[in-house]
Design a protein around this ligand. Sequence first.
Ligand SMILES: Cc1cc2nc3c(=O)[nH]c(=O)nc-3n(C[C@H](O)[C@H](O)[C@H](O)COP(=O)(O)OP(=O)(O)OC[C@H]3O[C@@H](n4cnc5c(N)ncnc54)[C@H](O)[C@@H]3O)c2cc1C
Length: 299
Amino acid sequence: MTGHVAKLPPVRGRLLENVPMAQRSWLKVGGPVDVLFTPDGEDDLMSFLAACPKDIPLTVIGATSNLLIRDGGIRGVAIQLGKAFSGIHFAGATIAAGAGASCAALSEAAAKAGISGFEFLSGIPGLIGGALFMNAGAYGQDIAGILTQAIAVDREGQRHELSPHAMHFSYRQSQAGEGFIFTHAVFRGHPDETSEIRARMAEMKAKREATQPIHEATAGSTFKNPPGMRAWELIERAGCADMRVGDAHLSPLHRNFMINGGKATAFDCETLGEEVRRKVQEKTGISLEWEVRIVGDAT
Ligand SMILES: Cc1cc2nc3c(=O)[nH]c(=O)nc-3n(C[C@H](O)[C@H](O)[C@H](O)COP(=O)(O)OP(=O)(O)OC[C@H]3O[C@@H](n4cnc5c(N)ncnc54)[C@H](O)[C@@H]3O)c2cc1C
């Protein structure tokens, strides 16, 4: 179907119609998004939101490394922040980054500048906006621990400056405000030797490569770890290790990572996840909560 763009306000950035997501998404599944909007800057995003008819659904996507986009695709407009939001600027040990910068780029830039605290971001394959929303973390650190301010734009196009407190961070989530789109963030690290920072990053990389299927089509940890427990252990204990649905299965390297073997649909992946949840509940009495965010229509 075409003609969606005609209903939308004019923008400086890019509006693409009927964009198939299967090839663009990390899990390599997902139907088309009606319109994919890449704003050309915060003002472009704000004026678009202010004028966008309120009955048009909006979805924010980052690098899609934590998303399961259903086979029917995403109705309305998906907003993805790109190059215009990828700047990284330093003032001493304070770093301002656009929400379209990658976690890896921020980590690398901080290492080069001799600022520690960002090492854990080096292997997280998302963008800063997604990391803010998910309170991304690894190896005992998370975004909540380094953030000093986040900037967001709401559905009406109003700009908000948010303190870490206003982000309402908890394990793998923030609850800043309904429909907020993060555009920038300010972080604080501390000075250290670049060589020592790089050594820690290399150690984390080696650990990750040995324990996670980082070169496969996946969306990271499928389920949140329940308090004091590990989701992968519960999955193994419930006898789900070798479960598969269609071409979707769980990684032998890490059973909490779902893998698309190449031909899986979003339906296969979601069905596998729900089947694992059902079995874990039945065998252990524990209800696993999806960490992967599921968006879009089934058909
Ligand atoms: C191999 C692999 C390893 C991973 N390892 C880790 C890990 O160690 N730790 C960890 O925490 N995660 C990990 N992940 C998951 C994922 O990389 C993180 O959750 C990441 O922060 C998601 O960022 P993204 O840009 O890909 O967001 P997406 O997956 O595109 O979106 C995730 C959520 O964030 C929202 N969102 C995205 N951008 C914005 C924005 N600008 N404003 C408001 N909301 C927004 C989306 O609406 C969605 O709900 C891993 C994933 C993979 C594939």
